[in-house]
Design a binder for this molecule. Structure first.
Ligand code: IMP
Length: 198
């Protein structure tokens, strides 16, 4: 706990990085000996995980980025998704690995898997750092999952609220989401006492 606002750490940095090392080793093992897999990073939340994951791998890989946006204005996914930035890589005949930060209802990943499998990859797999399995609306295949977490809003390690907190090294829990919605910068001072006030 720092400052007036409690910072509840769900998964500390050391535990995140130990698990990412394990995932990197397991994933390398599966793809070893083949063509480099195309790791599809779903912007923006997955960037931090991707950056650590690729460096935990000991095979050659390609990386590409995709940005999708939900039509829903709320934090909950509507499943109606639009591609904002598409991949530059032709996936035909390639081994593809979707790199997700978190799977919640599963609607976003379901859409992504359907879209990418229509591009005729040789194989399509998914790794997610976090899995909120209890929230699932639609079943989705997850070949690798870092941590199963409860139905709670989390921030840090790439995950944001209103674009903030992606650069927190631990995964933190938001016990009072209404408070955060009312005060999006409520964790800024406790996290970074020297950050300039707005
Ligand atoms: P899904 O379509 O419901 O599976 O939603 C997946 C997306 O919802 C993720 O890629 C995140 O952008 C967002 N999301 C879900 N839960 C959280 C959370 O606890 N913190 C931050 N973003 C979340």
């Amino acid at each position: 706990m720092k400052g007036a606002v409690d910072l509840d750490i769900l998964i500390p940095e050391a535990k995140l990085s130990a698990r990412v090392l394990e995932l990197g080793s397991e994933i390398s093992h599966v793809f070893r000996g083949g063509e480099p897999p195309v790791m599809v990073c779903v912007l923006k939340g997955s960037v931090v995980f991707l950056a650590d994951l690729v460096r935990a791998m000991d095979i050659d890989v390609n990386v590409d980025f995709m940005s999708i946006s939900s039509y829903s204005e709320s934090r909950s996914s509507s499943g109606v998704v639009r591609i904002v930035k598409d991949l530059e890589t032709d996936l035909t005949g390639r081994d593809v690995l979707i790199v997700e930060d978190i799977v919640d209802t599963g609607l976003t990943l379901h859409y992504l898997r359907r879209t990418l499998s229509a591009r005729d990859p040789a194989s399509l797999r998914t790794v997610t750092l976090l899995d909120k399995a209890v929230r699932r609306i639609i079943p989705v295949e997850l070949e690798w999952s870092g941590f199963e977490i409860p139905d709670t809003f989390v921030l840090g390690y790439g995950l944001d609220h209103e674009g903030l907190y992606r650069n927190v090294s631990d995964l933190i829990v938001v016990p009072d989401i209404a408070h955060l919605v009312a005060e999006p910068r409520m964790y800024v001072a406790p996290l970074w006492p020297n950050a300039a006030p707005t």
